[in-house]
Design a protein around this ligand. Structure first.
Ligand code: GLV
Length: 329
């Protein structure tokens, strides 16, 4: 029997042609709600589901599902209950590596854009309020010489560090906040002597830019809460290209409104696509619609990887980017 693929949202490039060559492909006409997706997964009509971040694959859905695996069109997989998938023998795969540089670029863009007030400045020009060069027009803060604190030190954080060193920032990091894990010089590799590990509390207190690069887990949900925001410098700027719920967004709005911190550059939100009340009214923010990986080349690569992962799973092979390879043992 030919493999059967359920694709919840059409993907670009080679993704769909690869799947069509390998089997029968069903593409849903619109993003499914939870019940629709749960019923489709339980139908026994599909071997593999190719999902997006907004598709919730939780334990109750997995308990009813008759699928071999889930291929997520993303590097993060917090939309999937991994323990339940593993217990249920459902293989999960993701698309790591290909979006590292693009996402790091967006983090840098947010650092530069918040420091130099790019959104406010652009609006001033478009609204006809630019009256010519002036000594105190749109003054921002310096990036070179500032301290960049990286929460997490995985692939994307390292790509940000590489760029930040080029921009003259001093880079410190805490590899697994809120806990600690010593990172050896060997593990630091090219960064040995160029970045410094500090405890999470020191990272919070010292950073001029605090940039988040942790996965969303029970430990990192609201990692940045009201108490952390209070410990940051008043001139500090928070950057989030990871996952919205890592920040208590209501507390962030309060901190920005009260001047507890100076600004925020966000590519992700706690309850996408909704924003916390008041966030969009704050001038000292740069807000992007979760576009960390949104380049033509990267999305094509993600499509190719997610299709290849799906095909491997459907054919009973452990995919190249299995998140829980132990699920089939
Ligand atoms: C995007 O947020 C991803 O995890 O790929």
């Amino acid at each position: 029997m030919r493999s059967r693929y359920l694709v919840t949202t059409a993907i670009p490039g080679l993704g769909l042609p690869l799947l069509r060559e390998a089997g029968e492909v069903t593409i849903l006409p619109e993003a499914p709600d939870y019940e629709t997706l749960a019923a489709l997964c339980a139908s026994g009509d599909y071997d593999v589901v190719l999902t997006q971040l907004r598709d919730v694959i939780d334990a109750p859905l997995l308990a009813r599902a008759r699928i071999r695996g889930v291929s997520n069109f993303a590097v993060g997989y917090n939309n999937i209950d991994l323990d339940a998938a593993t217990t249920g023998g459902v293989m999960v795969a993701n698309t790591p590596g290909v979006l590292t540089d693009a996402t790091a670029d967006i983090a840098l863009l947010l650092i530069l854009g918040t420091a130099r007030r790019v959104v406010e400045a652009d609006r001033l020009v478009r609204e006809g309020r630019f009256k010519g060069w002036a000594p105190e027009l749109m003054l921002g803060s310096d990036v070179s010489g500032a301290v960049l604190g990286l929460a997490g030190f995985g692939r994307i954080a390292r790509a940000v560090a590489r760029r930040a060193i080029g921009f003259g920032l001093e880079v410190i990091f805490s590899p697994r906040p809120p806990g600690d894990r010593p990172v050896s010089n060997e593990e630091l590799g090219e960064f040995a002597g160029r970045v410094r590990q500090v405890p999470w509390d020191e990272l919070v207190k010292r950073s001029d830019f605090l940039s988040l690069h942790v996965p969303l887990t029970d430990r990192t949900r609201h990692l940045v809460d009201a108490a952390v925001l209070k410990r940051m410098k008043p001139e500090a700027i928070l950057i989030n290209t990871a996952r919205g719920p890592v920040v208590d967004e209501a507390a962030l709005v309060q901190a920005l409104a009260n001047g507890e911190i100076a600004g925020a550059g966000l590519d992700v939100f706690e309850d996408e696509p909704r924003l916390a009340v008041g966030l969009a009214d704050l001038p000292n923010t740069v807000l992007l619609p979760h576009i960390g990986s949104a380049t033509v080349a990267v999305r094509n690569e993600m499509a190719r990887l997610s299709a290849l992962n799906a095909i491997a799973i459907a054919e009973g092979r452990v995919p190249a980017h299995a998140v829980n390879p132990q699920s089939w043992t």
